[in-house]
Write a protein that binds this ligand. Structure first.
Ligand code: URA
Length: 223
């Protein structure tokens, strides 16, 4: 049978450092109550093999696990989450805000990102000028970027007032900005509002983070 050290398991959960946990265990402050739930200093810790979070990524922060000069999305996490080995699922540009997933589950990340999974990523864009029906048609046929890269068919919804919504199923470098630029509509502001069926809540706040529920995870992979 596979054995997992209790100090490692709880450290992976972000409860405390392994050193502190070993001291707490030695001091008899940790009790094991059944196979799934473990009370620790009065706090209940549900064990999950992998971890899944959403963040409302602010503008000005890079989507990376580390960077020598710039603030990263991991820098925004509270200390207990920083210890978990989370990484961003795909990336949002420094100048793009909105829904970013963080996990330690590589297979999950691949499933969300891969165009084969057909998980839709929806963005609100503010552009210079006004996107029109011709642009929407071009998006539905698949935009050919200026460097010759062919994009998959995507959806462009006209919202008026220089605003539009773009839905894509792939994540090429600066894709939405380049798609709109190729139609002569440079992006002024870009925000991701949903991934699959999972919407960014209005009240998370810039830099806010919360764990995904089981329901969120199901919603995510619903069309
Ligand atoms: N497309 C972009 O251009 N930028 C992003 O951050 C995401 C999609």
């Amino acid at each position: 049978m596979a054995m997992l050290r209790l100090d490692k398991l709880l450290a992976d959960e972000g409860v405390a450092s392994r050193k502190d946990l070993r001291e707490m265990i030695r001091a008899g402050r940790v009790t094991v109550d059944g196979a799934v739930e473990r009370p620790l200093d009065g706090e209940r810790v549900g064990y999950r093999r992998f971890h899944y979070y959403m963040m409302d990524k602010p503008v000005g922060v890079v989507t990376a696990t580390e960077d020598k000069r710039q603030q990263t999305v991991l820098d925004l996490l509270p200390p207990d989450l920083k210890r978990m080995g989370l990484f961003p699922v795909g990336r949002l540009d420094k100048d793009t805000s909105g829904l970013l997933l963080l996990t330690d589950d590589g297979e999950f990340a691949h499933r969300v990102i891969s165009p084969k999974s057909c998980v839709k990523k929806r963005y609100y864009a503010e552009v210079e000028g006004e996107a029109d029906e011709q642009d929407a048609l071009a998006f539905s046929r698949g935009i050919l970027l200026r460097d010759g890269t062919q994009c998959l068919p995507a959806e462009l919804t006209l919202l008026g007032g220089g605003k539009c919504a773009v839905t894509v199923m792939e994540g090429k470098y600066h894709q939405v900005r380049r798609m709109l630029a190729s139609r002569g509509k440079p992006v002024l502001a870009l925000r991701r509002v949903s991934i699959g069926g999972l919407r960014l809540p209005d009240d998370l706040g810039a830099g806010g983070v919360r764990e995904l529920t089981e329901e969120d995870l199901c919603t995510l992979f619903k069309a």
